[in-house]
Each structure stands twice: as C-alpha cells, then as structure tokens.
Design a binder for this molecule. Structure first.
Ligand code: NAD
Length: 232
C-alpha cells in the first residue's frame, strides 16, 4: 500500500488555510494543522501560536508522530490590521513580524529536514498583494509579507538541489473572516478599482496552493499573484 503524503498547514482553522486543508486532502494528503484554534477539519490539529518556535517544533513533532514524515508545508497563519506608521506600537510591529516571518521561519525549520531527507517536498507561503505593491496604512503588514518573499526565495535557493520546492502566493483581498464586514477592502468603491471587480475566494487561493504543491514541479522561488488583477 502506498503511504499517504503528509502536509502541515498553519492557520488551517479558518479562511485560506481551511480551504487549503480541504484542497490538499482532495489530493490524497493527510493534513496536520498548527493554529491558535485547535478546531480544524484536518487529520490532526495542534493548538499553537506560530510565533513561538519551540511550540511550532513540538507541534510538528506531534503531527509527524501521528501522521508520518512531512512532505509539504503551507504557512497561512496570520492577522491583519491597518494603521498609519506613527500609530503602530512597537509591540504591534514586533508581533506582526514574529507571527508572519517568524511563523514561516519556525515552520520551515521544523518541516524541511523531513523533505530534504527524502529528497522531495514542497513549501508554499501565503504572502499578500501588499508585499508586492505596499499600501497606505500597511507598513508593518507589508514589511512582514515582503520579508516572507525574501525568505521564500532564499529557502528555495537553499533546498532546490535537494528536491524541495519553495514558492509563495500573494493574494489580493480575499473573502475570509480576516476582512471585517466594514473593511475598506470590501467597499464597493474599492472593488470597482479592481480589474476583475471582486474579492478573491479562499477556494481560489487554495487551488493555486494545491497546484504549487502538487503539480508545479517546474517552479521554485516563485510568487503567484492571486489578486483579481490588483497588481498587474
Ligand atoms: P483568517 O482570519 O480567516 O485565518 C487566519 C488563521 O490564522 C486563523 O485560523 C487564526 O486562528 C490563525 N492564526 C492567526 N494568528 C496565528 C498565530 N499567531 N498562530 C497560529 N495561528 C494563527 O484569515 P485568512 O484571510 O485566511 O488569512 C490567511 C493568510 O492569508 C494570512 O497570512 C493573511 O495575512 C493572508 N492574506 C489574507 C488576505 C485576505 O484578504 N483575507 C489577503 C492576502 C493575504
């Protein structure tokens, strides 16, 4: 019997991460999640704050014990807030970097050895359109997401010769709980500026992640924009 491949998805309890859990399970993966919430549709869920490196390492160990060696990692855990730079507290700045950049760093450190050891695997980081284009009121979020792209490219260069691919998706505004009902990203006057005139859906982002994990065997160090044309 062929062993099912195993994926770790951070932020798998909601939104894009939850859609990725479903999309990877459809392709035969058994999925373990790391999320502040332990309630996910995954095969194994661990409640973890991804900014805590020891907790992430412990959570990945638990998933490995339950499901087997890790062959894919998708990092989707994150939060969003807007503020002018003068109103971003030091604590908010550090939290943003620790969750987004630290979350990818800790999860990659914990998962890559399995993939490198087997000579096969894929990592996909969920960045943002704002990593590419920046945004008014988005200094700390865009800085964190931009750092993710640098980390993805460097990890890709480091493990490409060992059979492991590392890519990113950069979604535009996506219809998930991350965007509050009164978010300016949901406003009709903003959506009218988008070439496709609409939000992206979490399933659309998840299908792109699924493609990068399962099918895009030719691609590494790349960023796929999933953004309704917001950055052309
Ligand atoms: P969401 O709020 O629906 O889901 C985020 C998930 O991450 C939640 O389950 C939450 O519990 C988890 N999480 C948050 N902080 C965490 C932490 N420190 N440790 C562990 N888990 C944590 O949001 P979403 O829209 O699905 O966002 C997923 C990713 O996509 C985020 O990285 C976000 O920045 C990015 N993104 C979202 C949009 C959008 O418009 N929704 C656009 C571009 C990028």
């Amino acid at each position: 019997m062929t062993e099912s491949p195993v994926a770790v998805v951070t932020g798998g309890a909601s939104g894009i991460g939850a859609a990725v859990v479903t999309a990877l399970r459809e392709r035969g993966y058994r999925v373990g999640t790391l999320d502040l919430s332990g309630a996910t549709k995954a095969d194994h869920a661990v409640a973890v704050d991804v900014s805590d490196g020891a907790a992430v390492a412990g959570g990945v160990d638990e998933i490995r014990t339950q499901l087997g060696p890790i062959t894919a990692l998708v990092t989707s855990a994150g939060h969003y807030e807007m503020a002018p730079v003068s109103q971003i507290s030091l604590q908010a700045w550090q939290r943003m970097l620790r969750v987004h950049v630290g979350g990818l760093f800790h999860a990659a450190r914990a998962c890559l050895p399995d993939m490198v050891g087997r000579g096969a695997g894929a990592v996909v980081a969920v960045a943002s359109e704002l990593a590419v284009g920046g945004g008014d009121g988005d200094a700390h979020y865009a800085a964190a997401k931009g750092a993710i792209l640098g980390l993805v490219r460097s990890l890709a260069a480091e493990v490409a010769g060992r059979g492991v691919r590392v890519n990113a998706v950069a979604p535009g505004p996506t219809d998930t709980p991350l965007l509050s009902d009164d978010s300016p990203w949901r406003a009709a006057d903003y959506l009218d500026t988008l070439p496709l005139r609409r939000l992206v859906t979490p399933d659309e982002v998840a299908r792109c992640v699924q493609y990068l994990v399962c099918d895009a065997t030719f691609s590494t160090g790349d960023v796929v924009n999933v953004n309704a044309g917001a950055v052309i």
